[in-house]
Design a protein around this ligand. Structure first.
Ligand code: NDP
Ligand code: 8X3
Length: 251
């Protein structure tokens, strides 16, 4: 029997890319999504040697693009078994009263509305088939607030709340819903947050060893390989050198 179909949003870098690589090594069939098409092609060339891969190039903030992308899936790719809602970002790190409202819009549109659009599009077929697994990437920032985390944290708190709500609403349909909440992970996250300022982007990881995308991917693989009657609701994963959002041991 063919391995399950996994759709990973934000597969062009960081946690999403590492998850695609690990799941390809484990022979899952993969739909990889993101805005940077060159990166999708590159990843497909690389992991396509291991498994079947389909790429979807769209901006998750736009509902019509999400709908079009999912509607474009060939019949053999339409039954998504596992949806990894990973696409997301922090934009800026500013006090609330000084924040750029465009940053807020981008985070809400991506981390929250984008996740909603694609989940709403994918889950009805899961419910119809009576099987499926939604994995939402939350954050330590979805568990606690930190100074200047304001709207990013709010979107991740919302993801955490939505995961619990999705689990309740699809309880009678056999659908598994999980949240994974990482602490510091070394990806392009910080570079994006600080809008390409490489020096500033290094600061969160100074003097400590963060998680890698692969570390998070391994936890995701654990979640999806549990037997069907087991649902990992929530998994908080941090570097050993981190105890809370802003409590980090640095050498
Ligand atoms: P990266 O910046 O490396 O990856 C983010 C991914 O999201 C990229 O593939 C990007 O693809 C995609 N993405 C962003 N905006 C959009 C959009 N509008 N439409 C479609 N795809 C989009 O960061 P991470 O891997 O770290 O981030 C992945 C998730 O993990 C995020 O939800 C983040 O909040 C969360 N997280 C990260 C932590 C960290 O410390 N790194 C800790 C806790 C949670 P493209 O630009 O090609 O569209
Ligand atoms: C990313 C982790 O603490 O930098 O979600 O916001 S943090």
């Amino acid at each position: 029997m063919d391995k399950e179909i996994v759709l990973i949003t934000g597969a062009t870098s960081g946690i999403g890319e590492a998850t695609a690589e690990l799941l390809a090594e484990n022979r899952y069939r993969l739909i990889i999504a993101g805005r940077r098409n060159d990166r999708l092609d590159e990843l497909k060339n690389h992991i396509g040697k291991l498994t079947y891969v389909h790429t979807l190039n769209f901006d998750i903030r736009h509902r019509d693009e999400v709908d079009r992308a999912i509607d474009s899936l060939p019949p053999e790719w339409q039954d998504v078994d596992i949806l990894v809602n990973n696409a997301g970002l922090a934009a800026g790190l500013d006090h609330f009263h000084e924040s750029d409202i465009d940053d807020w819009e981008q985070m809400i549109d991506t981390n929250l509305k984008g996740l909603l659009y694609i989940s709403r599009k994918i889950t009805p077929r899961m419910v119809e088939r009576g099987t499926g697994h939604v994995i939402n990437i939350g954050s330590i920032a979805g568990r606690e607030m930190y100074e200047k985390g304001n709207v990013y944290s709010a979107t991740k708190h919302a993801v955490e709340a939505l995961s619990r709500g999705m689990k309740m609403d699809m309880l009678n349909d056999g659908i598994r819903v999980s949240t994974i909440s990482p602490g510091l992970v070394d990806t392009e996250f910080s570079l994006v947050r600080f809008k390409g300022d490489g020096e500033r982007a290094k600061e969160p990881y100074r003097g400590m060893r963060p998680l890698s995308g692969r570390d998070v991917a391994e936890a995701i693989l654990f979640m999806i390989t549990r037997p069907p009657h087991v649902n990992i609701n929530d998994l908080l994963i941090m570097p050993t050198a981190q105890a809370a959002a802003v409590m980090v041991h640095r050498e």
